[in-house]
Design a protein around this ligand. Structure first.
Ligand code: ASP
Length: 321
């Protein structure tokens, strides 16, 4: 029996929230547009929300513009260390990997965890070995490292050595205390949320984490309910921003709970970002979609690369609220 297609297939993506400079604007817009094209085509022809978010995030991991996959920020010892989570709101299944260094597309490894493991989350070499055992090639970490990022790390470390806080780099000051100290530095994590024609929700988030992070540090992006969450009974969400405050508030789940309690998705998104700032002085961005197709974007950073595709067309931008 064929299932009835009852919903407008919809895909939302983000490519980070920060003070995206003018000379990087086109790359960000083109990157989110390509992700929408590939991902929305899947749900438009009756494919699943989970396949769409995986495909959209894969496109952005492969795009060196973003802090995900190749071209990610470097750890303090000059390596790329990646985190990713994918969640299927129809089956309430999730798969996550963290601190992986030898996988080109960590979101694909996360999907393998979701589909092929009784566990939910793998880290480090265990995650890499699991991915390899399930058909993913292991690469050398140097294949993920760009010269641009070696230079960026050296500059960040020089600033740190001279006692300058990272936000002095952007020239933006904030009065909320230590939680905001690096909040306007670049945050190019990528994410996608989707609703398919059958009413199923999914979410995916992938990141190289924060610039100059200590090896082994895991941020919000790959933690369930923090940087990513999906449940058909509430909403699907992906976040970006400085991970530590987002984690402490379990902000993704906070936002989807709000939506489940009846708050319209556009308002739940705005309220989540307001809560992030009011409670911890945090900065970031969010995309959220509910089971009825209503959605919301919000950020309290100067810009957020975002996009949405529906049967009515596609829209991308750098300011969402
Ligand atoms: N949230 C990510 C992290 O803290 C960074 C980002 O969004 O760019 O790892």
């Amino acid at each position: 029996m064929t299932r009835p297609a009852t919903h407008d297939p919809t895909l939302l993506v983000h490519g980070g929230a920060w003070a995206i400079p003018a000379d990087a604007a086109d790359d960000h817009l083109n990157g989110v547009r390509r992700a929408l094209e590939i991902g929305h085509e899947i749900v438009a022809r009756g494919g699943s929300a989970i396949d769409a978010v995986e495909a959209a995030v894969t496109v952005m991991e492969d795009d060196p513009t973003f802090d995900a996959g190749r071209g990610s920020f470097l750890t303090s010892n000059g390596r790329v260390q990646l985190d990713a989570l994918i969640m299927d709101g129809a089956r309430m299944k999730a798969g996550g990997v963290a601190c992986v260094e030898r996988l080109r597309n960590p979101i694909k490894a996360a999907r393998l965890v979701l589909e092929k493991s009784p566990h939910v989350y793998f880290v480090g070499t265990g995650a890499e070995e699991f991915a390899q055992a399930n058909g993913m090639p292991l690469i050398d970490n140097s294949e993920l490292v760009l010269d641009r990022e070696i230079k960026r790390l050296a500059e960040a470390q020089a600033r740190a050595a001279s006692g300058l806080a990272d936000n002095s780099f952007s020239g933006i000051q904030d009065d909320k205390g230590p939680e905001t100290a690096i909040s306007f530095d670049s945050h190019d994590t990528v994410g996608a949320v989707a609703l398919d024609a059958y009413g199923n929700l999914a979410a995916a988030t992938s990141t190289g984490g924060t610039l100059n992070k200590t090896p082994g540090r895991v941020g919000d992006s790959s933690l369930i309910g923090c940087g990513c969450y999906a449940d058909n009974l509430s909403a699907a969400v992906s976040l970006t921003g400085w991970g530590e405050p987002i984690m402490k508030l379990v902000l993704g789940k906070w936002a989807t709970d709000r939506a489940a309690a009846g708050t319209p998705p556009e308002l739940a998104a705005r309220e989540a970002i307001a809560y992030l700032y009011n409670r911890l002085g945090g900065h970031g961005g969010i995309i959220l979609i509910g089971p009825d197709g209503r959605f919301g974007f919000a950020h309290n950073t100067p810009a957020m690369a975002w996009g949405v595709a529906t049967p009515g067309g596609m829209q991308v931008g750098l300011k969402a609220s």
